[in-house]
Design a protein around this ligand. Structure first.
Ligand SMILES: [Zn+2]
Length: 391
C-alpha cells in the first residue's frame, strides 16, 4: 500500500515532464503540442495558457477521446502545480495517447516565468443563474450567451410588435436594445402593447419600454430614440451599429425607409406586420435574399391603401408575430437554424393556420436589384398620420 507521496513519485517516474521555459519554446515551434488544462472550472476562469483545451481532471477519461480522437497527437498536460496533471498524463498514456507530457511546476511556474496567460470572459454567477436554461442548450451555451450579451438589436416601434419582441430579447440577455418611437402611451394601446402599463399613460413609449426592460433584466442597456424615423435621422441611427433590426412599424413610409436604409447599411431586418386576424413574418437579409421592395416595389397609392379607421387587430396577434420576430432575431445573432430569409410566414389567428410562401430576390428590384433605380431615401406621404408603432 503506497501513500500519496509515494504514489506521486512512482507516477512521475513513469511519465515525461517538461519545464515551463522548454514548454514555452515548444509551443512557439511548428510542432506545438495541444495544451490540456485539467484544473477545475474556477481555476480555469482565473486564467490559463493561451489556446489550451479545458477538461477538468474528473472528466478527463470520459471526455478526452471525443475531444482529441487522434491519439498520436502530442499533448502537454498541466494543472496548478504539476501533481494532478502527472496522474492525468499517466492515465492518458494508459488510454493509448502516445505523447502526453506533464508541465513540471504547472500553471504556477508558468506564471512565475512571466509567460502569456489568457483570462477568459466568463458569465457572473448571477448571469449563470439567470441564463441557466440557455446554458443547458448546446446550440446556445456559454458562447451563445456571450454573443447575445454582446449583440445590438434595433427595434422600430415600441408598439404591438415591439412590445413582445423587446421583452423576449431583453429576457434572453441581448445586451443592447435600441428603440425608436415618437409616440406616447395611449389608453387604446394597452389592449396589446404589453410593455406599457396603465400608470404610464402620456409617458413617451421609449421611456416606458426602457423602464419595463431594465426592471426585467439589468444586463440590458436601452438606447431610446424618441423620434420618428425619417430620411434625415435614419443614417445617424442605423450608423450607430446594429446586428439586427426588428421592424414593427405599421406604416408604409417607415417600412420603405427601414428597407432601403438596411440594404445600404447591410443590416438584416426581421419584418413583421399585422392586420385584424392576420400576421406576416419574414427576414430580409441584404445579399442573402429578397428585400421588402422585391415583394412590393412601391407603396400603394394613398387612395388604395386601407383606411386606418378600418384597421383594428386582435390583441394577442402582435404577441404571436412579435415573438416570432424575436425568435428570428435570436437565431440571426446565434447563427443557428434556418432563418425566414426567402420565406414569408403567414399566420391566420381565426383558423389558427400557418402558411409559408417562398419569396425570391428580384433582379429588377429598384433597390437591391442588379441596376438599382432608387439610390436615395424617399419620404413617402403619410396615408393617415398613424405614428410608428401605433398599431
Ligand atoms: Zn429588393
Amino acid at each position: 500500500m503506497a501513500n500519496y507521496r509515494e504514489l506521486l513519485a512512482r507516477v512521475k517516474e513513469e511519465i515525461q515532464e517538461i519545464s515551463s521555459p522548454a514548454a514555452q519554446e515548444l509551443l512557439s515551434s511548428a510542432d506545438a503540442p495541444l495544451v490540456v488544462d485539467v484544473r477545475e472550472q474556477d481555476e480555469w476562469e482565473e486564467g490559463h495558457i493561451p489556446r489550451a483545451l479545458h477538461v477538468p481532471r474528473g472528466w478527463l477519461e470520459a471526455r478526452i477521446e471525443g475531444l482529441v480522437p487522434d491519439k498520436t497527437r502530442p499533448l502537454l498536460i498541466y494543472c496548478s502545480g504539476g501533481s494532478r496533471s502527472a496522474f492525468a498524463a499517466k492515465a492518458l498514456g494508459e488510454m493509448g495517447y502516445e505523447e502526453a507530457v506533464n508541465l513540471a511546476g504547472g500553471f504556477t511556474d508558468w506564471k512565475r516565468n512571466g509567460f502569456e496567460v489568457t483570462i477568459p470572459r466568463v458569465l457572473s454567477s448571477e448571469q449563470r443563474a439567470r441564463y441557466s436554461r440557455h446554458l443547458l442548450i448546446p446550440e446556445v451555451g456559454e458562447d451563445g450567451q456571450q454573443r447575445l450579451l454582446d449583440a445590438r438589436v434595433l427595434l422600430v416601434g415600441a408598439g404591438g410588435l415591439g412590445s413582445p419582441a423587446s421583452l423576449y430579447l431583453a429576457a434572453a440577455g441581448v445586451g443592447t436594445l435600441g428603440i425608436i418611437d415618437a409616440d406616447v402611451v395611449d389608453e387604446s394601446n394597452l389592449q396589446r402593447q404589453i410593455i406599457h402599463a396603465t400608470d404610464r399613460l402620456g409617458e413617451p413609449k421609449v421611456l416606458s419600454a426602457k423602464r419595463t426592460i431594465e426592471a426585467l433584466n439589468p444586463d440590458v442597456r436601452v438606447r431610446p430614440y424618441e423620434e420618428r424615423l425619417t430620411s434625415d435621422n435614419v443614417d445617424r441611427i442605423l450608423g450607430e451599429g446594429w446586428d439586427v433590426i426588428v421592424d414593427g412599424a405599421d406604416n408604409f413610409p417607415t417600412r420603405y425607409l427601414v428597407n432601403d436604409a438596411s440594404i445600404w447599411h447591410g443590416i438584416p431586418v426581421v419584418h413583421g406586420s399585422i392586420f385584424r386576424f392576420e400576421g406576416q413574418v419574414t427576414v430580409f437579409s441584404p445579399g442573402a435574399g429578397p428585400c421588402y421592395r422585391c415583394l412590393f416595389p412601391q407603396p400603394p397609392p394613398p387612395e388604395l391603401a386601407p383606411s386606418c379607421a378600418e384597421g383594428g387587430v386582435l390583441g394577442v396577434l402582435p404577441g404571436i408575430i412579435g415573438s416570432l420576430q424575436a425568435n428570428e432575431a435570436l437565431k440571426l445573432i446565434l447563427d443557428r437554424g434556418d432563418s425566414l430569409a426567402g420565406r414569408l410566414l403567414l399566420f391566420d389567428a381565426l383558423g389558427t393556420t400557418l402558411d409559408e410562401v417562398t419569396v425570391r430576390r428580384d433582379p429588377y428590384c429598384p433597390v437591391c436589384g442588379d441596376t438599382p433605380t432608387i439610390t436615395e431615401y424617399v419620404d413617402y406621404v403619410e396615408f393617415c398620420n398613424a405614428p410608428v408603432g401605433r398599431r
